[in-house]
Design a protein around this ligand. Structure first.
Ligand code: BGP
Length: 476
């Protein structure tokens, strides 16, 4: 018997996307080039290549993406048909400040988001906005080396202020950096590049570089929170973390200890965001490793004054870890596969109960409202001759996760603001650049190489999710 209880009144249902994964129009309306414009296509085995120039005859999937830049009225109308109450997207930094370090914003870029947000509001859909979702102007990477340079704080805060001033009456919920904690995977070039615009040199200590860049991002975030609240004290500015609960593979105490450290390693970013302080274990870790960190007294004051109002999280999977020979967590060495959960076609471990566990964990730790701003199943979809897409696997995935979310809210008392499943319309995958790794309720006729009509089709999940929203989660 499926749990038929409804969610509390006011719970926000919607969907989530990010600018560079769907807008296209990469060089239109005065937009500068961003780091996402330099990513080629990859696949499930091979990460995307980061090129230093845009090479002729190579395919860059984010350049055109699904052309939301021109087609958004049609897409928002479809979201409205599903009954969306909110829509999470990001603002492409390079549309507003094409180079990133100039003082005057690009009016055409600002106008684009005004028009987009107005189109949402026309249907009663409130925009939820991430300021930096795996994107920054490429000029900031080329000239300053990305977030390794303290001057980025000033540039980001100028961008954030410009957005708060312009849109604060239209946007209530904001987030500063998408999945800021992905950088714990600092051995992965893609994670460092997309989160911080870092291209480490051969002689550099990647780990120290990650910590330094993350520190500047955290300071920038805290200054942005302060500025946002000065502009409009009613807006809510959140952290956004990739929440992957990490389990010990066994009850062996060594496994428990390494899993605890792994969770601390993933969560220290939101610790700083929410509590305004570095955790003690991390300060000791910096010293033990002789990391020469540029952290000033003023930075520490800023971190304390600019704590977040809520925690936004993505939830796709859980991990399991096993002790090897040290307790300091290392993503690549310690992660193992969990025999109790299934995997997606891309090897992501599917664990709905882990979502309830994650929400309880975050609530205990932060006592702040939570917002699930990403969740979903990346899968290959087949369109039939009748233009139908029977995506039962996706419906099942989402249903199982919503059921656990319901228990977390109604049985455990978790203060959850809302739920925006990822890629509510098919878009370019962040990790692979593929179109065929689809998450949407809306199918976009386009293949991995950009061929296709780009026509939109409602999947079976479209009708299912419409009913979920209409019944406020009682009908699953
Ligand atoms: C998150 C990102 C999104 C998104 C999603 C799915 O990490 O915030 O941008 O893409 O994961 O990942 P992928 O597109 O690689 O399947």
């Amino acid at each position: 018997m499926v749990d038929q209880r409804a969610f509390p009144k006011g719970f926000l249902w919607g969907g989530a996307v990010a600018a560079h994964q769907l807008e296209g129009g990469y060089n239109q309306g005065g937009k500068g080039l961003s780091i996402a414009d330099f990513y080629t296509l990859g696949d499930s085995e091979n990460p995307r290549t980061i090129t230093s120039t845009i090479e002729k005859n190579r395919y860059y999937p984010n350049h055109e993406a699904i052309d939301f830049y021109h087609r958004y009225p049609e897409d928002i109308k479809l979201f409205a048909e599903m009954g969306f109450e909110c829509f999470r997207t990001s603002i492409a930094w390079a549309r507003i400040f094409p180079k990133g370090d100039e003082k005057v914003p690009n009016e055409a870029g600002l106008q684009f988001y005004d028009d987009l947000f107005d189109e949402c509001l026309k249907y009663g859909i409130q925009p939820v906005v991430t300021l930096s979702h795996f994107e920054m102007p490429i000029h900031l990477v080329k000239k300053y080396g990305g977030w390794r340079d303290r001057r980025l704080i000033e540039f980001f805060v100028r961008f954030a202020k410009t957005c708060f001033e312009r849109y604060h009456t239209k946007v209530h919920y904001w987030m500063t950096f998408n999945e800021i904690n992905n950088q714990t995977d600092y051995e992965n070039d893609g994670a460092l590049y997309s989160d911080s615009g870092l291209v480490p040199q051969a002689n550099e200590n990647r780990e120290q570089l990650m910590y330094q860049a993350a520190h500047y991002e955290l300071v920038a975030s805290s200054q942005a929170v302060q500025a946002g609240h000065n502009i409009d004290p009613t807006i809510q500015i959140g952290s956004m973390i990739a929440m992957c609960p990490i389990y010990p593979l066994t009850a062996r105490p060594e496994d428990i200890l390494v899993a605890q450290r792994a969770m601390q390693t993933r969560l220290w970013f939101s610790d700083v965001h929410a509590k305004g302080d570095y955790p003690e274990w991390l300060c000791r870790y910096f010293k033990k490793n002789n990391f020469d960190m540029d952290i000033t007294e003023q930075d520490l004051r800023d971190l304390r004054s600019g704590t977040v109002d809520y925690i936004g999280l993505s939830y796709y999977m859980s991990f399991a870890v096993e002790y090897t020979d040290h307790i300091d967590y290392n993503e690549n060495e310690d992660r193992v596969s969990n025999p109790y959960v299934k995997k997606s076609e891309w090897g992501w471990q599917i664990d709905p109960i882990g979502l309830r566990y994650a929400l309880n964990w975050l609530n205990d730790r932060y006592h702040l409202p939570l917002f699930i701003v990403e969740n979903g199943l990346g899968a290959i979809d087949q369109k039939t001759k009748e233009n139908r897409i029977h995506d039962y696997n996706r419906i099942n995935y989402l249903k199982e996760h919503i059921l656990q979310m319901k228990k977390a809210v109604l049985d455990d008392g978790i203060p959850l603001i809302g739920y925006t499943p990822w890629g509510c319309i098919d878009l370019i995958s962040a990790s692979t650049g593929q179109m065929s790794k689809r998450y949407g309720f809306i199918y976009v006729d386009q293949d991995d190489y950009g061929n296709g009509s780009q026509e939109r089709f409602r999947k079976d999940s479209f009708y299912w999710y419409r009913d979920v929203i209409k019944s406020n989660g009682s009908k699953l």
